[in-house]
Design a protein around this ligand. Structure first.
Ligand code: SF4
Length: 391
């Protein structure tokens, strides 16, 4: 395994102004003291990994990174410059439309951030309310304009479908309005009912039902509208614009390189409370507790909840599952080069079963999920996982 510095960096900002009804990510309401402590701890954690990081891609996610103040951002960006962690080819910051300002957008752009991922979810006021989002549809358009004026030429819009109360027309309107803004990238996720979220409790209590057929047609419409408007789907939930002339296996120009890195099983450092990392076959997760995270980092320790080494086979199984989320799936030679395993040997029964069910497609050179298989990618991928006998 190469000793070269790791080329991807994820930073988790664990604060949100309000908890959305469906959200299972680790985030808390901010208090001034805790945000200040977090910023200092994050910088110390950056110092711990700086020598082993030559980031080509950086992603600030959350939580709500755009919630940090100008002063807090200046501190973080200054430290990244000092540590040589700036200057990535692709540097994304997630933004909530309610927390974008011209000053913040310009500060980020000037520091080298060149991609924004904006959590829109819906452009229907009543659904935004239903989801517990803090922003209005008006703020989406305003923030988008601010980001463009600040010089961002690569913007992703996050949308959701399958929201309780969302019918086909509402979804079509949101999709069309989002596409009319001409973002370079669209991510669109089906609502997932995660335990410990208010939406899950409402579903369990019978307050609404999930119409699987409706959700499936919403997904089909998403793929259709995105493709007919010049986007290329390259992953289950991700679409990007391109300059044409794409081969079947090519990723579109504006595909998110940071996420592709995850799906191809490459290494990345993960910083901040609850962040996962994957470095040379070792998978780690920081404590999902900002106080504890700060305590440990302040004592000069890493803040790992766990740090485990996977067996080569378990690692290859995860890589297979993640990679199948991408439209290109795996070419057999590519998978072999990435993991040292041959998909055709270890996973022949799983591939055969998926093909029999119409969820997978095997050719002489590789294996991929079918369009139907994409909607069931999590279940399909999980059959490729291999449990370590001696974890
Ligand atoms: S803004 Fe994002 S991270 Fe924060 S609560 Fe909502 S979905 Fe979760």
């Amino acid at each position: 395994m190469s000793d070269d510095p790791i080329q991807s960096l994820y930073v988790h900002v664990p604060f949100c102004a309000h908890k959305c009804e469906y959200c299972a990510f680790y985030s808390k309401l901010p208090t001034n003291d805790l945000v200040g402590r977090y910023v200092d701890a994050l910088i110390r954690e950056m110092e711990m990994i700086a020598e082993d990081c030559a980031a080509q891609t950086i992603f600030f996610g959350g939580g709500t990174p755009s919630l940090l103040s100008l002063k807090q951002w200046r501190k973080i960006l200054g430290a990244m410059k000092r540590l040589g962690l700036d200057g990535a080819d692709e540097w994304t910051v997630e933004c909530n439309p309610a927390t974008v300002s011209t000053d913040k957008a310009m500060l980020l752009r000037d520091a080298g951030v060149n991609r924004i991922s904006m959590g829109v979810q819906s452009l229907d006021e009543s659904l935004l309310d239903r989801l517990g989002r803090i922003h209005s549809r008006k703020q989406v358009f305003k923030s988008y304009e601010i980001l463009r004026s600040a010089g961002f030429e690569n913007i992703n819009l996050d949308l959701m479908f399958g929201i309780p109360g969302q019918d086909h027309d509402i979804w079509e309107r949101t999709l069309t309005e989002a596409i009319n803004l001409s973002p370079e990238h669209l991510s669109s996720y089906e609502v997932i009912y995660e335990e410990d979220t208010p939406l899950f409790e409402q579903l369990k209590a019978g307050q609404f039902e999930v119409d699987e057929d409706l959700v499936e047609t919403m997904y089909e419409r998403l793929v259709e509208l995105a493709e007919s408007n010049g986007y290329r789907q390259y992953e289950v939930a991700n679409f990007a614009s391109h300059n044409g002339n794409l081969g079947e296996d090519d990723n579109p120009d504006k595909a998110c390189r940071h996420n592709i890195n995850y799906w191809r099983g490459a290494s990345f450092h993960g910083l901040g409370p609850s962040a996962t990392g994957y470095v040379r076959g070792k998978r780690s997760k920081n404590w999902a507790n900002t106080q504890l995270y700060c305590d440990l980092i302040e004592q000069g320790k890493r803040a790992f909840d766990f740090n485990e080494e996977l067996s080569p086979l378990a690692r290859a199984g995860e890589t297979a599952a993640f990679g199948l989320r991408m439209n290109r799936g795996w070419r057999f030679d590519e998978f072999d080069a990435a993991t040292g395993f041959d998909l055709r040997h270890e996973w022949a029964p799983e591939m055969e079963e998926l093909c029999d069910r119409g969820l997978g497609l095997q050719t002489a050179n590789g294996f991929r999920l079918s369009t139907r298989g994409h909607r069931l990618a999590d279940a399909a991928g999980s059959s490729f996982l291999r449990i370590d006998p001696n974890p």
